[in-house]
Write a protein of this length. Structure first.
Length: 376
């Protein structure tokens, strides 16, 4: 039913449009035109007013073909931004059934595979006059920099009973029903500067920071919690005792209690260490995104599993270790699970997209819409 060549061509077109986070203007205009040409009402929000967002989110609505019938309203979401390096992507379609970049950039299948599959499903609906209830497509910016675009979505424009984020690296057919909360932990640790020839007159902020980090539990904390120091920066020259160091860290957990405990532990490690050295620190703790858990027997999950089964896919449900826009929209009160897209080695120059998965994903989106429509 899907047009495999058209789907492939759409994917290749999208990955060649530069859209690193913060620079989504060009692809946003292309996507807006595509959704409008397929008969959807497209509304832009005001996300671009936020400094690190390059464009507005798109809220695209396909009206129901039925009158006076109760059909669940559903939404799908994908994001238009990519990680770096994503400029001048040159996709290569190889005989092994995969699409690659040329090795100098990422491919951008995260999440342009989701976008292409969504657009193909709409093309099929449009050209075959397939009946359906109301379907929304929420296309976001700034997902790769902490789900920042989704945080700006106007909740009053989201008119859906439940939905699907088309954005997981698991195989097509797999449904992600839970993801962790992520907290950011940034600390600036102060010392006292001096010439390195008289170190007793200074206090090394690098030394303080190193001792604080050594007192932290990091990596795998328990079965639901992780923590990581991502950046450690400070100092200017070998002959100067460094007077300032910055740490950028994170913690993730599927348990609110345990993530609070981990963040408090990291905070105490810094505070206790600077106190021993008689200096100070500025600590900034922010929640990047909330976690979520959707029941395996929830309606949104059951429909995803049924769609996989009817396509002869494995209807597995899993818990993810990372976040997606689904975290944010779940927080708005709209039950959301994440569909496996099947892309591999994302965020690397070795990223690749199986063409078979691209085809199956579009079929699954159509199947979900069909199941919801037939349950009217």
């Amino acid at each position: 039913m899907i047009n495999k060549q058209r789907l492939l061509d759409t994917f290749l077109e999208l990955v060649q449009i530069n859209s690193e986070s913060g620079n989504e203007q060009k692809i946003q205009a292309v996507l807006k035109n595509k959704f409008k040409s397929l008969g959807l009402t497209v509304i832009e929000d005001q996300a671009s007013q936020i400094d690190n967002l390059g464009s507005n989110n798109l809220i695209c609505t396909l009206p129901s073909t039925f009158e006076n019938q109760e059909i669940d309203k559903v939404y799908f979401t994908s994001h238009m931004d990519t990680v770096v390096p994503g400029i001048n992507v040159k996709p290569l379609v190889k005989d092994d059934g995969y699409i690659y970049s040329d090795g100098t950039t990422i491919l951008g299948a995260d999440d342009k595979a989701g976008l292409a599959a969504i657009l193909e499903s709409l093309n099929v609906i449009h050209e075959n006059n397939i009946d359906h209830g109301q379907v929304q497509f929420i296309i976001t910016v700034g997902e790769e920099i902490g789900l920042e675009g989704a945080k700006q979505l106007p909740v009053e424009l989201l008119d859906s009973d439940y939905g699907y984020a088309v954005d997981a690296s698991s195989p097509v057919g797999t449904t992600v029903i839970g993801a962790p909360t992520q907290m950011k932990f940034d600390a600036t640790i102060y010392g006292k500067t001096a010439h390195a020839s008289v170190p007793d007159k200074g206090i090394s902020a690098i030394n303080i920071a190193a001792k604080a980090v050594s007192d932290m539990k990091l990596g795998r904390i328990d079965d639901v919690t992780t923590a990581n120091i991502g950046r450690f920066e400070g100092g200017s020259a070998t002959n100067i005792v460094a007077d300032k160091v910055t740490l950028k860290a994170e913690a993730r957990s599927h348990s609110n209690e345990r993530i609070d405990e981990q963040i408090e532990h990291m905070k105490s490690a810094v505070e206790n260490t600077v106190q021993r050295f008689g200096t100070s620190a500025d600590i900034d703790i922010t929640k990047s995104y909330p976690g979520f858990r959707v029941a395996t027997d929830a309606k949104v999950t059951e429909i995803a599993k049924k769609s996989a089964t009817e396509l002869d896919l494995s209807p597995d449900t899993i818990i993810a270790g990372g976040g997606s826009d689904g975290n944010i929209i779940n927080g708005f009160g709209i039950p959301t699970v994440i569909l496996g897209v099947g892309y591999e080695k994302i965020h690397t120059k070795s990223e690749r997209m199986p063409i078979a998965s691209l085809n199956l994903l579009s079929q699954q989106i159509l199947k979900i819409i069909e199941i919801i429509t037939n349950n009217k």
